[in-house]
Design a protein around this ligand. Structure first.
Ligand SMILES: Nc1ncnc2c1ncn2[C@@H]1O[C@H](COP(=O)(O)OP(=O)(O)OP(=O)(O)O)[C@@H](O)[C@H]1O
Ligand SMILES: [Mg+2]
Length: 253
């Protein structure tokens, strides 16, 4: 089946007073946000601010302690079977170690399709080959992750996330473990996904990329979204002291 170049999906995402503690520490402190369309939401902010935790809640990997998340006006219930259904619709790519080391690139893509999404071997193979081809990864399909460059590994991980045809993609610092050249090839792939009109939430410390790709930017610090707006608003006219200080600090070098 052909992969559409322009997806029509528009996702509405509402976070309502999401709180999360780890032990005594309040990691997310009443996070609220209402996005009529996600498009490309980029989360920035200081280390330890709660970005990965928020992404893991969005992915349905951990539950919030309180608060509610709704997608297209439907609340995501953090209990089975609703949760399983939610997870199946989300593609995630994290910093590193995304792939199963003992499986080929191809098998890394087909296994979830077969085991989680119920595709037959042949349908899964067809879909995986099509995506590998599209991202110039076909020559690597039989290789195990150890035989791939870091950039190729992350591109396979992204291909795997797309293969499940997710409603939403989540990227948590997908290039932070890569050197600059490999970073570029992964960022180009993410840029391409944006042009396709896919919805995603991306956490990055690369401000240049954030500016280039974001439709909306969220600044998360101390467990709160202190700023949420367009690139122009957040980078050029931040309203919070925290965000202004953060940007001064990170843009200095
Ligand atoms: N499983 C966990 N158990 C205990 N504490 C945790 C756990 N996960 C995260 N934390 C703590 O929650 C806080 C927020 O962590 P989180 O990983 O969400 O931050 P972040 O914004 O992604 O940071 P970075 O930019 O460094 O990746 C940190 O203080 C972290 O130590
Ligand atoms: Mg993180």
């Amino acid at each position: 089946m052909a992969v559409s170049n322009h997806l029509e999906q528009v996702m509405k995402l509402v976070l309502d007073n999401i709180c999360k503690r780890f032990g005594q520490q309040l990691v997310l402190d009443s996070v609220s946000a209402s996005l009529d369309t996600v498009h490309t939401l980029v989360l920035i902010g200081p280390s330890g601010g709660g970005k990965s935790t928020l992404l893991r809640i969005l992915a349905g990997l951990i539950p919030p302690d309180s608060g509610c998340m709704t997608i297209d006006n439907e609340p995501v219930l953090f209990q089975e079977p609703s949760l399983r259904n939610h997870r199946r619709q989300i593609g995630t790519v994290f910093q590193a170690f995304n792939l199963f080391p003992h499986l080929s690139a191809l098998r890394n893509i087909t296994l979830p399709l077969i085991q989680v999404h119920g595709l037959s071997e042949s349908d899964a193979d067809e879909r995986a080959h099509e995506i590998l081809k599209r991202f110039q990864l076909e020559d690597h399909s039989r290789k195990h992750p150890a035989a791939l460059s870091g950039g190729q590994r992350q591109r396979v991980a992204i291909a795997r996330a797309i293969a499940i045809r997710p409603r939403l993609l989540l990227f948590d610092e997908p290039t932070s473990a890569l050197d600059p050249e490999m970073t570029a090839e992964v960022l180009e792939m993410i840029q391409e996904l944006r042009h396709e009109g896919r919805d995603f939430v991306l956490v990055t410390h690369q401000m240049g990329f954030a500016r280039g790709i974001a439709d909306q930017v969220g600044f998360l610090a101390n467990g709160r979204i202190a700023e949420l707006g367009s690139v122009e608003q957040v980078f050029n006219r931040p309203t919070s002291r925290e965000c202004a200080d953060f940007l001064t600090r990170v843009l200095k070098y």
